[in-house]
Every structure is written in structure tokens, then in C-alpha cells.
Design a protein around this ligand. Structure first.
Ligand code: ADP
Ligand code: ADP
Length: 226
């Protein structure tokens, strides 16, 4: 279970720039929310505030009714997948996937089982001893995804996770992300510039511009207007 509530959220960077202004959104459990909007409109800033990587300047952010503004990122039960994968180059696939669990002092046998399960789901079982440099782009993106799902978070944040992949892999990974959403029963917020991704994955689409929500709509209402 994870419903998210964002009320009157603002982000003012130290230089005074207002990147997010009066952001209001109620997200239901298991929704797949898409953020779209031009570069610089505040999508990543909003995700980073939700993940706890960036302070919220004003407003209230809740998960399942609990105020999260001051909760440490590692205690938020949220996993984030970035565009650039952010894998540790000196670690194997196995260690990359296990890293977050080790950080949380998860018992060894449990780590082994979770990494095993995730690598089966993501077709990474044969690659566990490799380092990122020896993987293709699609495989690296799968490892980044694996590192997120081993934690079984209630909330997934994905910041243009497929934008560095070629067209064929994008289609394949899009299907996999959809299946993962079903299988994990997680609540997902997903940033993309790709209209097909937004249409096929999203339950609702949030359109942002200049730090403000312009529109919240279903994919059908947004893209299939008569
Ligand atoms: P998007 O993800 O929609 O491309 P961002 O959230 O990354 O947009 O950025 C929103 C705006 O905030 C941009 O104008 C960006 O330059 C600005 N910004 C991002 N990070 C900082 C920062 N640390 N300090 C000042 N301004 C920032
Ligand atoms: P994105 O792909 O999210 O738009 P950016 O290239 O805008 O990423 O930002 C990359 C990094 O630089 C982020 O950590 C962001 O906080 C920081 N940043 C972006 N714009 C500014 C800015 N105007 N001043 C300071 N830092 C910034």
C-alpha cells in the first residue's frame, strides 16, 4: 500500500530560483503517474523531493497519511531509477543489486534470495559476476531496475529510465516495466518525453510547465481529443 499526498509543495533553490510552485497531487495506491513537460519545468526536482534527495522548501508530503518531509531517504521505502543508471563501476552486477540491502543491514541469506529472484525476473542471472562496463545499455538499465526492485519498495520513481536506450530496447523495456508494475503492485511516478510511453504506461498524466502543474488527465483525454 502506498498512496501519496503532495500539498502546496514548493522548491526554492539556494540561489532563489523557484523550481516548483504550489504543486498539489493526490496519488492513489498502485497508480502509474506520468510527469511530462519541457526540460527545466521541475519534473526531476519534484521526484528528488519525493525521494528525499532534495529538501522540500514548503508544503506537506505524505505517504499513507504519514508526513515524510523530514524522513531520511533510506527510511522512505522509495526506490529511484535514473536515466544514467548510476551503477557503481567497480562492483559486479550482484554487488550493485545487493548494495542497498547491505546498507540496510539485511541478513545475507535474504540478500541472496532477493538478488536471485530479481535477476530471474529481469533476465540477469547469467550476468551476476560481470561489471557494468561489460554490459549493454539495456542490461545496465535492467541492473538499475534490479537494484530498485530487490528492496521491494512501495513507491518507484523513474526519471526517463529508457531515454538512453535504442528504439527496439525501449519497446521491450516498456513492456517489462508494465509487467513489473502489475507484478510488484507498486505505486510508480515516471518521467518521460515519449508520448507512447506516457500513453501505454500511465494511469494519469501530469503536465508541468515552469514549475507549475498545468493539467492532470488520463492518457485518453490528453492525447485522443477529437
Ligand atoms: P526537469 O526535470 O523538468 O528538466 P529540473 O527539475 O531538473 O527540470 O529543473 C527545474 C529548474 O530548476 C531548471 O530551471 C533548473 O535549471 C533548476 N535547477 C535544478 N537544480 C537546481 C539547483 N541545484 N539550483 C538552482 N536551480 C536548479
Ligand atoms: P535534468 O536532466 O534533471 O534536467 P540537469 O542537467 O538539469 O538535469 O541537472 C543536473 C544537475 O545539475 C542536478 O543535480 C541539478 O540539481 C543541477 N542543476 C541544474 N540546474 C542548475 C542550476 N541552475 N544551478 C545549479 N545546479 C543546477
Amino acid at each position: 500500500m502506498a498512496s501519496l499526498s503532495l500539498k502546496h509543495i514548493y522548491k526554492i533553490y539556494p540561489n532563489g530560483f523557484e523550481a516548483v510552485k504550489d504543486f498539489n497531487l493526490e496519488i492513489e495506491d498502485k497508480e502509474f503517474i506520468i510527469f511530462v513537460g519541457p526540460s527545466g519545468c521541475g519534473k526531476s526536482t519534484t521526484l528528488r523531493m519525493i525521494a528525499g534527495l532534495e529538501d522540500i522548501s514548503d508544503g506537506e508530503f505524505m505517504i499513507d497519511g504519514k508526513i515524510m518531509n523530514d524522513v531520511e531517504p533510506k527510511d522512505r521505502d522509495i526506490a529511484m531509477v535514473f536515466q544514467n543508471y548510476a551503477l557503481y563501476p567497480h562492483m559486479t552486477v550482484r554487488d550493485n543489486m545487493a548494495f542497498g540491502l547491505k546498507l540496510r543491514k539485511t541478513p545475507k541469506h535474504e540478500i541472496k534470495k532477493k538478488v536471485g529472484d530479481a535477476s530471474t525476473i529481469l533476465d540477469l542471472s547469467e550476468l551476476l559476476d560481470r561489471k557494468p562496463v561489460a554490459l549493454s545499455g539495456g542490461q545496465r538499465q535492467r541492473v538499475a531496475m534490479g537494484r530498485a526492485i530487490v528492496r521491494e519498495p512501495k513507491v518507484f520513481l523513474m526519471d526517463e529510465p529508457l531515454s538512453n536506450l535504442d528504439a527496439k530496447l525501449r519497446v521491450q523495456m516498456r513492456t517489462e516495466i508494465s509487467a513489473l508494475h502489475q507484478r510488484l503492485g507498486a505505486t510508480i511516478i515516471y518521467v518521460t518525453h515519449d508520448q507512447t510511453e506516457a500513453m501505454t504506461l500511465g494511469t494519469r498524466i501530469v503536465v508541468m510547465k515552469d514549475g507549475v502543474i498545468q493539467q492532470v488527465a488520463s492518457p485518453r483525454d490528453l492525447y485522443n481529443k477529437p
